[in-house]
Ligand binder design. Structure first.
Ligand code: G1P
Length: 289
């Protein structure tokens, strides 16, 4: 079955970014000239996704407005003859169909995904976490969909991380079945140091079979007292196969201050109007360090 739908959880409070995220959703923080959520939605669109399901909470309306048609802005830009910009804004509002579902209580990532069950229905879908920005060609999600079409089982994106950072991630153990593809044996959410020798960390891209919803239904609170997606993934991998995929590309943890700054630099250096002047500026700054 074709992967057509993407679930993007955006209900979190974004405490790592306070005070910036106090009155605006952290997903609306800008990387160069667009909010981080736009990169995520654009990755989904470029990967052939046809519908986005946002899992939202109170105070996240700016995200919906960002992808909506803004009649007033359209009129003003057209009157001022800013035709290209008006066209760009219309394109943004026509990017993809977006549906919102409210997560009514902050019970964890697994619970957030579970709230999408009726909108997703009985088909495989992709989950994209907004904190993880990935620079790659083809997009990370597209690489994963290609693998899913081949193996017809759930796929999680992984990246090797230093051992001392494994406690910050969902960690996968398994055996390589081919280049970049690992058959999953075991998964742990944020394992205590010394409890795994694996350095394969799950990053925020998943292609999931709809059976995950039954698993989530049965999942009890895990790490941090929250319903963890990783725990339900482990149950799913025991029921049927699951693969971890070492995608090609560079991932930035834009939910972390340093990762966010690194993302800004990487994306600015790829921006056609900015790259030259910005790299000159960086050289200048570096020469004074
Ligand atoms: C979530 C997942 C974790 C995964 C991480 C990737 O954790 O629970 O398994 O490794 O995203 O960014 P969070 O970063 O929301 O704590």
């Amino acid at each position: 079955m074709r992967v057509r739908k993407a679930v993007i959880p955006v209900a979190g409070l974004g405490t790592r970014f306070l005070p910036a995220s106090k009155a605006i959703p952290k997903e609306m923080l800008t990387v160069v000239d667009r909010p981080t959520i736009q990169y995520i939605v654009e990755e989904a669109v470029a990967s052939g996704i046809e519908e986005v399901i946002l899992i939202t909470s109170e105070g996240k309306a700016a995200i919906e407005n960002h992808f909506d048609y803004n009649f007033h802005l359209d009129i003003v830009l057209s009157q001022k003859k800013k035709t290209k910009l008006a066209e760009e804004m219309r394109h943004l509002s026509n990017l993809i169909d977006i549906v919102s579902v409210r997560q009514k209580k902050p019970l964890g990532l697994g619970h957030a995904i579970w709230t999408a069950r009726n909108v997703v229905g009985q088909e495989p879908f992709v989950v994209l976490l907004g904190d993880d920005l990935v620079l790659s060609e083809p997009p990370c999600t597209k690489q994963m969909i290609d693998l899913f079409n081949e193996v017809q089982e759930s796929v999680v994106a992984v990246q090797r991380v230093p051992q001392e950072e494994t406690f910050q991630y969902g960690i996968v153990e398994g055996k390589h079945v081919k280049n970049r593809v690992i058959k999953v044996d075991r998964m742990m959410e944020k394992p205590a140091p010394g409890t795994t020798s694996s350095d394969m960390a799950i990053i925020g891209r998943y292609i999931l079979e709809p059976d995950i919803f039954d698993m989530l239904e049965k999942t009890t609170p895990g790490h941090g007292g929250e319903i963890q997606l990783t725990d339900a993934l482990l149950a799913l991998s025991n029921k049927r196969g699951m693969y971890a995929f070492e995608f090609e590309g560079t991932r930035f943890d834009a939910g972390d201050k340093l990762g966010y700054l690194k993302a800004i630099i990487a994306f600015a250096l790829r921006h056609p109007d900015l790259c030259e002047d910005f790299s000159e500026h960086l050289k200048e700054v570096a020469s004074h360090l």
